[in-house]
Design a protein around this ligand. Sequence first.
Ligand SMILES: [Zn+2]
Length: 96
Amino acid sequence: MYRLLTLVYAISYFWLISLVILRESVMAKLDFSGVNKSTSQSFHKQKDIIKKVLSGKSVVCENCAQTLSLVPKNAAGHAYVNCIKGCTNIELEVDI
Ligand SMILES: [Zn+2]
């Protein structure tokens, strides 16, 4: 009888652990999608900044409020949109 009870306890303990693991993995997935969402938001924000800078509009850095400027492409074919302090530094891939 004692052994049976131990077995029952062991099984319910196992289920409890599985449920906790399941919950943790669901939480991890939720966190992950949250990260994806904010990454995509910042991607759209960057695209917007690039568009404005390329069309000659004045855009300021969110961090230091300095005007963002376009750095022409270097030998590696990368151009940059950055502020003087470097807190905003968006890399552009230029094909031309
Ligand atoms: Zn800045």
